[in-house]
Design a binder for this molecule. Structure first.
Ligand code: ADP
Ligand code: MG
Length: 385
């Protein structure tokens, strides 16, 4: 669906013309997995798949939204924002409105039609795209009002994160919202999860990130996630560090034998992964795709063997990709146990890689994967129509 289709849907739903379009992208994390809650480093990029909202402001305090993905409409009043039932998609929009108002912004009601091309629940962060698109829609809806919704990209991301944490009730970090807000075409975003300092890093030319959605539910993810977090905290304690971020590879290797074996393996993943992110950023700066790919492969092996959060399906997707000529590296991305794998591939080999995955993955796993070729894209924005 393009903007013209959405405009038509809006006119059909609301009987008038929309005046603005707001959008925000999904994302993939290129490297730096399970490092965020250890105060470490991550390197996501925004993808060319958006949640888009076309809308028009109202002269009252009502927000009416239609999600074409859910085939469903919702309505709430800005003076009294209540949570819809658990799991309702509208909670993401309600949460953003609530958090913006609590932060002191004067909002204007609007009608909107939402269309997301970020796959929902696959680990490409449709939720952060939805939050940031909603935030942009409120910015557009309030134009001409007495109090413009003026906030910088990082502030906007923090408010969107608060909406997900406090209103929706999902305990996510800041990475997804930061990249959905601050992404830039042709760039990845290096984020220090402790200071929240960030820096755009140019992506090499001539390569594509191919995302393979394993189509597997992330069933074990929640309990394993909590267990890994606890193990990392235990490791940091035993190594007398505030967080694993503070433990260098050298210190770790010197003191590794003080840790129980399982805790040591978990810590090894995080400590080496942080170094890999720094090396990956250096490789990007040097336009060294081969090194970047090697680091992706090492990241996957570590997630599989030391952190033990991969799965047969993720391993299959990664192994299939790694054997295709023109692929520089591949790894699982996201928390694990399902979700997506990514491969960095020469543009000319995207077709061959796609064919290899579509042919071999069902044979090995017994499921159909979904494949998305992605390029690094711009963060959230809005414009008048
Ligand atoms: P993801 O990994 O995609 O972020 P989440 O479970 O965190 O998965 O978020 C998915 C939720 O975000 C959906 O169930 C829905 O509530 C909301 N959402 C995402 N995209 C849309 C959309 N296009 N329209 C309405 N709600 C959406
Ligand atoms: Mg999410």
């Amino acid at each position: 669906m393009n903007v013209a289709d959405l405009v038509a849907q809006f006119m059909q739903t609301f009987g008038r013309r929309p005046t603005f379009v707001a959008r925000a992208p999904g994302r993939v994390n290129l490297i730096g997995e399970h490092t965020d809650y250890n105060d470490g480093f991550v390197l996501p990029m925004a993808i060319d798949r958006d949640v888009t909202i076309v809308g028009a402001s109202r002269d009252d305090r009502v927000v009416r939204l239609r999600s074409t993905n859910f085939g469903d409409e919702t309505c709430f009043v800005l003076d009294r924002i209540e949570k819809a039932h658990d799991g309702a998609w509208s909670n993401y929009a309600r949460g953003v409105a609530d958090v913006l108002q609590r932060a002191g912004f004067a909002l204007c009601g609007f009608d909107g039609v939402i269309y997301g091309e970020v796959p929902i629940g696959s680990g490409l962060s449709s939720s952060a795209a939805m939050e940031m698109a909603t935030l942009m829609a409120f910015a557009a809806a309030g134009v001409g009002g007495s109090v413009p919704l003026a906030l910088d990209g990082a502030q906007a991301a923090r408010l969107a994160q608060r909406a997900e944490n406090e209103f929706v009730g999902v305990n996510c970090g800041i990475m997804d919202q930061l990249i959905a807000s601050l992404g830039k075409a042709g760039h990845a975003l290096f984020i220090d999860c402790r200071s929240l300092a960030y820096e755009l890093t140019p992506m090499p030319k001539g390569v594509t990130v191919l995302v393979v959605d394993t189509s597997m539910p992330r069933s074990l993810a929640a309990s394993a996630y909590n267990e890994r977090r606890a193990q990392c905290e235990a490791a940091a304690r035993l190594l007398d560090a505030p967080a694993l971020r503070d433990v260098s590879v050298e210190t770790f290797e010197r003191r590794r034998s003080e840790l129980p074996d399982l805790i040591a393996r978990r810590a090894a993943h995080v400590i080496y992964e942080n170094r890999r992110v720094l090396d990956a950023v250096a490789a990007l700066r040097a336009n060294d795709v081969a090194t970047f790919g090697r680091l992706m492969n090492q990241s996957h092996a570590s997630l599989r063997d030391a952190y033990e959060v991969s799965s047969e399906a993720l391993d299959a997707a990664v192994e299939i990709a790694q054997r295709v000529p023109g692929v520089h590296g591949a790894r699982m991305t996201g928390a694990g146990f399902g979700g997506c794998a990514i491969a960095l591939v020469d543009d000319a080999q995207v077709g061959a890689l796609t064919q290899a995955v579509l042919r071999q993955y069902p044979q090995r796993v017994g499921r159909e994967p979904k494949v998305y070729a992605c390029v690094a894209s711009n963060g959230a924005s809005w414009r008048m129509l």
